[in-house]
Design a protein around this ligand. Structure first.
Ligand code: SF4
Length: 56
């Protein structure tokens, strides 16, 4: 649920994303999709936020 435009259930520090809450480390989407770029993910580095959109 969004509160004041941010989703307090989704903490995020990716300032470069269009959906980042700017001055607070939250996402502004209702939900995100997490996926992987690996065929056999074994570490957190293998995971991606697939809802990311470059702010630029
Ligand atoms: S879409 Fe993903 S990367 Fe972008 S602010 Fe939300 S959680 Fe962070």
């Amino acid at each position: 649920m969004l509160v004041n435009g941010k989703n307090e259930c989704i903490h995020c520090t990716i300032n470069n994303c269009t959906y980042h809450a700017k001055n607070e480390d939250y996402c502004t989407l209702e939900a995100i999709k997490v996926g992987t770029h690996e065929s056999n993910p074994t570490m957190k580095e293998c995971t991606d936020c697939e809802s990311f959109v470059n702010k630029a």
